[in-house]
Design a binder for this molecule. Structure first.
Ligand SMILES: Nc1ncnc2c1ncn2[C@@H]1O[C@H](COP(=O)(O)OP(=O)(O)OP(=O)(O)O)[C@@H](O)[C@H]1O
Ligand SMILES: Nc1ncnc2c1ncn2[C@@H]1O[C@H](COP(=O)(O)OP(=O)(O)OP(=O)(O)O)[C@@H](O)[C@H]1O
Ligand SMILES: [Mg+2]
Ligand SMILES: [Mg+2]
Lengths: 246, 246
């Protein structure tokens, strides 16, 4: 049974999709059979790999999940595309459907070593459904003032889910993104986050690197698009650290 | 009756809060009585002005809205603080309560010239309630690949609301944020946005400027924190353009 890893943070634009996509690619390149699940109605993980969102989300279809999974250009990495339809999102998060999602995520993904779930910028029901079926959650944090603000709420929600008997969720780690070592603000936020969260914070930081933001327009991870870039090397290092913690 | 301006975009981290806060400050400095309404459960607009979120959102309290409004350090600019509580957010967006919000936004704010509403990163009910009680919506767009992706969905939702008999909503404009003229990606996105949206896009672009991201840690707008910075000057120019369009 594969490990299900959610990438989540209520704060918008902190690098959730970029981290989920590049982590999935890094794990595939390391030889693990990986599935990237796009749970965000913006469908950025889907379009960032050059694929199309689907009309009806695969997690809501009655048939086996396998039928909704599509290949990517990277061997060993597959994608469960997102859906822009609002009804799907509400269904994914609601009652009976919410349980179908949990069943699919729990049973349907047996053939993968890693399942990486990209979550929308919210702590609402959809993210909670993803967290309650995950083994771990990775939280990207931008090195900005507002970064610390929303974190306590997020950590509280994660704590609640970890506390449930039915959950196997652990905090996988916090990763600092868009790190710019020229900025004092970056160092201030890093110091605060490492003091507050200690060893939970990954050693690896992801630098701000234009190659990272260019890669999605080529439908690739930054590791494939610009393998010698600082952003690509940092994501490869992050993969090694994630593998080391599992 | 004041003009109600919502600042909205489903994409996270594009500069909604930064634009709402600095627009409100710029309008106050130009002599308009301005209210900033924080509708995001992250409460970044509230903490960015050095104020505390409230337990129960002012828009949900039965009493006159005036009682929930707090002053800021800037004369002429007041704040309706946000609430982190999830129940509030769901209530704000739901049935009967949703109507109370509309009543408050429509009637309770007579004493302001401008009401600026900071929305969460979503096109869900809460944002739709804000849009349906607004005169105009301003959409910040980051000069990044994913920026154009979610826009069609957002524009579709706005179009639906504009089409309703009860609405007076217009598209106030699109503003390019975190503009870095050294990056080719920035110029590519700008070209695409201006070709697609034409005159709707403001002439003024907001440059990426560290002073903008430092200002909230001092509880001030960038116009007060670093008045000679490129970010501050751009937000003053944006204010002039918004005033010119009204
Ligand atoms: N290390 C980096 N260097 C430069 N740009 C980056 C980096 N990481 C992410 N970006 C860019 O920043 C923007 C925000 O990142 P991303 O979309 O991954 O965040 P998100 O948390 O998924 O956003 P949302 O909250 O909307 O889901 C994107 O345009 C992305 O390309
Ligand atoms: N022009 C700019 N230059 C540099 N940094 C900026 C600029 N505009 C915004 N920022 C920073 O970028 C981050 C995202 O901006 P902001 O929080 O305003 O976006 P948002 O759209 O409100 O995010 P959310 O989707 O979470 O509500 C913040 O840390 C902010 O300080
Ligand atoms: Mg995302
Ligand atoms: Mg915001």
């Amino acid at each position: 049974m594969g490990r299900v890893v959610s990438v989540a943070n209520q704060k918008g634009g902190v690098g959730k999709t970029t981290t989920a996509l590049n982590l999935a690619a890094g794990l595939a390149l390391a030889g693990f059979r990986t599935l990237l699940v796009d749970l965000d109605p913006q469908c950025n993980a889907t379009t960032g790999l050059g694929r199309q969102p689907t009309d009806r989300h695969g997690l809501l279809r009655a048939g086996p999940l396998r039928e909704s999974v599509v290949s990517t250009d990277l061997t060993g990495m597959e994608l469960l595309p997102g859906s822009r339809r609002f009804e799907d999102v509400a269904l994914l998060a609601g009652g009976v459907e919410g349980r179908r999602v949990e069943e699919h995520l729990a049973k349907g993904l047996l053939s993968f070593d890693y399942v990486i779930v990209d979550c929308p910028p919210s702590v609402g029901k959809l993210t909670q459904v993803a967290l309650s079926t995950s083994d771990e959650v990775i939280m990207p944090i931008q090195c900005e003032y507002f970064a610390m603000e929303g974190l306590t709420r997020m950590v509280h929600v994660i704590g609640k889910i970890i506390g449930r008997d039915s959950s196997r969720l652990e905090l996988g780690g916090i990763v600092l993104t868009m790190y710019d070592h020229h900025l004092e603000l970056t160092h201030e936020v890093e110091k605060e986050v490492r003091e507050f969260f200690g060893d939970i914070v990954f050693e690896t930081v992801i630098p701000r690197d234009v190659a990272v933001s260019e890669a999605p327009s080529h439908g690739e991870s930054v590791i494939e698009y610009a393998p010698y870039s600082r952003g690509a090397r940092a994501y490869v290092e992050l993969c090694m650290e994630v593998l080391g913690r599992d």
